[in-house]
Design a protein around this ligand. Structure first.
Ligand code: AFP
Length: 340
C-alpha cells in the first residue's frame, strides 16, 4: 500500500469534517517544529545542547538547554501562521500572545516542549506533548483564564517521541494515530491508524522509590500486583519505568500497560496536588489514551472532566489499559467512601 503522509492524512480529516483548515495548518506547523527539536536532540554532545541552561522554569525546576531551545522553536514556529490566538508552555509562567504584526487565529496551543528532559543527558527517549483548545468567542487577547477549559473540550492532542525513531501520535477525537518520521524524506508517515490499547495487561509503570509515601489504596493495589501469582490477582506482573512520560505512554499505546503517578505524602507535605501538569501532560495524554480505548483518571475521577483552576495545575495521573485503571481507581474511591 502507498504510504500516507501526515499532510495527506490532514487533508482526509478536513474532507471528513473532523478539522478545519486552520487546525490542519496548526498541526503541520507543530509537526515541523518537532522535526527541528528532533534534530537538536539528535545532535547531543556534538551540538553543545546537553546540560543545564542555568535558569529555573516557572515550576522552580532547573531548565535544560534543550528545554529552552525546544520552547523557542515551538514559539517561533507558531507565531506567524495566523492559526493561533495564543500559546501556553510548561516552561513559561504566562501565556505567550501572538505578536501584533501577525494575524491571529481561533486556536489556543499548550505544550510541554521537552518532556522527560532529565533523561537527555543519558541519551534516553524524550518528547513533546501538546494540546489544542478553541479560543473563547470574542476573546482577542487570551489570558491564562481562557485556557482553563476541561480536557473534554480539546480539539486535538498529540505527542512526539524522540527515540530510536521519531514518532508522532495524534488525535482529533476520532481515534489515535501514529506517524513515523521518514528521516530521509523528512515527512511523517502514517504507521498505525486507530491504535487500540488492550483492556487487560500484566505490565505496570510507576516510580517505586516513592512507595513508602503513597496513600493506602495505592499501597494495596501495587502490593497485589507485586504479590503476583501467589496473591489475589493470581498472575505475575512486570514493571517498567522510563521516567519520560512520553516513552512510558508510548509503550502502553504499543503493547498495553498502565502508568501511575499518584499523589503521595512527599507531594502533599509541600502543599502539592500531584506531580504531572494537567494542561500540558495529563489532559493531552488522557485524550490520546481514551481515544485508543484506554482510561485516564486521577485515581478518583476522570482527568478530562476536571475543571482546571490554574494554568500550571498538577494532578495525579493513572492511565492505560482500561480494566486495570478501573480497578486502581475503584480502590481509591472505595477507601474514600469508607473514610467519609
Ligand atoms: P522531567 O521533564 O523534569 O524529566 O520530568 C518528567 C516527568 O514530568 C514525566 O515525564 C515523568 O513521567 C516523570 O516526570 C518522572 O518522574 P520521576 O523523576 O519521579 O521518576
Amino acid at each position: 500500500m502507498k504510504p500516507i503522509t501526515l499532510i495527506q492524512f490532514l487533508i482526509e480529516e478536513r474532507r471528513a469534517g473532523h478539522i478545519n483548515a486552520e487546525l490542519s495548518l496548526l498541526i503541520e506547523v507543530v509537526a515541523r517544529a518537532c522535526k527541528r527539536i528532533g534534530v537538536a536532540v539528535g545532535k547531543g554532545a556534538l551540538g553543545g545542547v546537553l546540560g543545564n541552561a542555568g535558569t529555573d522554569n516557572v515550576q522552580g525546576e532547573a531548565q535544560k538547554k534543550l528545554d529552552v531551545i525546544s520552547n523557542e522553536i515551538l514559539l517561533e514556529a507558531n507565531a506567524w501562521g495566523g492559526h493561533l490566538a495564543a500559546c501556553a508552555s510548561e516552561e513559561m509562567e504566562d501565556p505567550q500572545p501572538i505578536p501584533d504584526m501577525y494575524p491571529k487565529g481561533q486556536h489556543l496551543l499548550l505544550f510541554d516542549p521537552l518532556d522527560g528532559s532529565s533523561n537527555i543527558d543519558v541519551n534516553v527517549s524524550v518528547g513533546t506533548i501538546f494540546s489544542v483548545l478553541r479560543c473563547p468567542d470574542g476573546v482577542t487577547e487570551p489570558k491564562a483564564e481562557h485556557f482553563l477549559q476541561p480536557g473534554t473540550t480539546q480539539l486535538a492532542a498529540g505527542y512526539v517521541v524522540y527515540g530510536p525513531s521519531t514518532l508522532l501520535v495524534l488525535t482529533f477525537g476520532h481515534g489515535s494515530h501514529e506517524f513515523t518520521l521518514d528521516r530521509e524524506v523528512g515527512s511523517f508517515v502514517l504507521s498505525r491508524r486507530g491504535i487500540r490499547i488492550p483492556e487487560t495487561t500484566a505490565e505496570f509503570a510507576i516510580n517505586m522509590s516513592n512507595q513508602r509515601h503513597w496513600q493506602a489504596p495505592m499501597q494495596r493495589y501495587v502490593g497485589e500486583l507485586l504479590a503476583g501469582k501467589d496473591g489475589p490477582r493470581g498472575k505475575d506482573f512486570n514493571m517498567r519505568w522510563v521516567a519520560s512520560m512520553v516513552a512510558d505512554v508510548h509503550r502502553i499505546m504499543t503493547r498495553g500497560g498502565v502508568f501511575y503517578y499518584p499523589l503521595d505524602a512527599k507531594i502533599t507535605a509541600k502543599g502539592g496536588t500531584g506531580k504531572l501538569r494537567l494542561m500540558y501532560e495529563a489532559n493531552p495524554m488522557a485524550f490520546i489514551v481514551e481515544q485508543a480505548g484506554g482510561a485516564a483518571t486521577t485515581g478518583r475521577e476522570r482527568i478530562m472532566d476536571l475543571q482546571p483552576t490554574a494554568l500550571h495545575q498538577r494532578v495525579p495521573v493513572f492511565l492505560g489499559s482500561k480494566q486495570e485503571i478501573e480497578l486502581a481507581t475503584h480502590y481509591h474511591v472505595e477507601a474514600d467512601g469508607a473514610q467519609g
